[in-house]
Design a protein around this ligand. Structure first.
Ligand SMILES: NC(=O)c1ccc[n+]([C@@H]2O[C@H](COP(=O)([O-])OP(=O)(O)OC[C@H]3O[C@@H](n4cnc5c(N)ncnc54)[C@H](O)[C@@H]3O)[C@@H](O)[C@H]2O)c1
Length: 343
């Protein structure tokens, strides 16, 4: 069992993260929130908690105000009160909506997160970001609020489709580009990246890395921005193409942003080549989408300082990154050149 604590100095909130097989069966709360896929797969385990259950339709397209308010109504119907706790069992969609509902209901009740996808285990359940999408804008409405407890149970990974494993690996490789020990672990196990036993080993290490970043900067004022590596170009590609998973777009974004960093500043090229080969190991063969054509979507990114400036977090050396800013035209031109190199 691995146990970690996040104590956010800014908000004085504490979150205990436990990584242990079978941890879910010990979840304590007053109501379960899950999605239709997870409930179909884990009905008997969820029902064994003997709590009222609210099930949303699975999918990002349901991460909206209708689902949020339907859940809040179900919480009221179940008679949840101030001292009660909502247990969110699912991927990042369930975690984000459930975390927000728990923050809003009676101005805040307890929340336990039980992340069931690789992405939610290593990323979204850690750090207290909650949100729903509004219109076409992702995560527009939300709050920062740490869950009381996060129970990370590797048992759930067994039923995850390969696409979702690849998605989680996107964030894991991103963590590797920010942390030298994690990078060495991934390079040393390049042939086991999709192996469940290996994933089980590295999930707690990834959580510890993210928890450390979040503890130092819960509200993304400084250090936490590093977690946006690959996301500026990755997010633009995601809006442009919409066919692959979020984690794959982060990795493709990193491939392009590595080329941008090489063009702009002094980098360790040998290390960056190793990082790119690790990324290709996860992505597999196939044509990359054109970031040059997707560039206009990067202008809308909330991480930029203005519409004419594009900000990225780029890897430069092992365990080191740089925050770089480009004029929009320069960004587009460099993406065009990068496209030629990566093709
Ligand atoms: N809060 C944060 O800090 C943060 C960080 C990253 C991403 N996110 C958000 O997370 C969401 C993406 O999360 P996700 O990738 O987990 O997506 P998801 O919640 O949609 O889950 C992906 C799919 O896997 C299914 N699923 C979940 N657990 C399963 C299991 N054990 N076995 C089989 N199928 C299972 C789900 O039903 C869904 O169809 C996005 O909305 C994103 O904005 C939030």
């Amino acid at each position: 069992m691995t146990q970690l604590k996040i104590i956010s100095a800014e908000s004085a909130q504490e979150s205990v993260i436990t990584c242990e097989k079978g941890a879910f069966a010990r979840a304590k709360g007053d109501m379960v929130f899950t999605d239709s896929n997870v409930y179909a797969l884990y009905k008997s385990e969820i029902d064994a908690l003997s709590l009222p259950v609210y099930v949303m339709e699975a999918g990002e397209e349901h991460k909206n105000q209708s689902t949020l308010f339907a859940l809040l109504s179900a919480m009221a119907d179940a008679g949840l009160h101030r001292k009660d706790t909502l247990v969110c069992v699912g991927g990042g969609v369930v975690g984000d909506i459930g975390g927000l509902a728990a923050a809003l209901y009676m101005r805040g009740i307890g929340c336990v997160q039980v992340p069931t996808t690789l992405l939610s285990q290593v990323d979204s359940s850690v750090g207290g970001k909650t949100a729903i999408d509004l219109g076409d804008i992702k995560n527009l409405v939300g709050v920062f609020r740490q869950p009381r407890e996060v129970l990370v149970d590797a048992t759930f990974l067994k039923t995850l489709p390969p696409r979702e494993i690849k998605c989680g690996l996107g964030e894991i490789v991103k963590h590797g580009a920010l942390s030298a020990p994690l990078f060495d672990r991934l390079i040393g196990n390049k042939d086991r990246l999709f192996d469940l036993a290996f994933l089980e080993e590295i999930v707690p290490e990834n959580i510890a890395f993210k928890a450390d970043v979040v503890q130092k900067d819960a509200h993304e004022r400084n250090l936490r921005k590093c977690l946006n590596m690959g996301h500026t170009t990755g997010h633009a590609l995601e809006l442009y193409e919409k066919t692959r998973s979020h984690g794959e777009y982060v990795l493709i974004g990193m491939l392009y942003e590595i080329e941008l960093a090489k063009a702009k500043i002094n980098c360790d090229e040998e290390y960056l080549e190793k990082l790119q080969s690790l990324i290709y190991e996860v992505l597999g063969a196939g044509r990359l989408p054109s970031a040059y054509e997707a560039a206009k979507f990067a202008r809308l990114d909330k991480k930029n300082n203005s519409v004419d400036k594009i900000s990225i977090v780029a890897p430069v050396k092992k365990g080191q990154y740089a925050l770089l800013e480009f004029d929009y035209d320069e960004y587009v031109e460099l993406l065009k050149i990068a496209g030629g190199k990566l093709a």
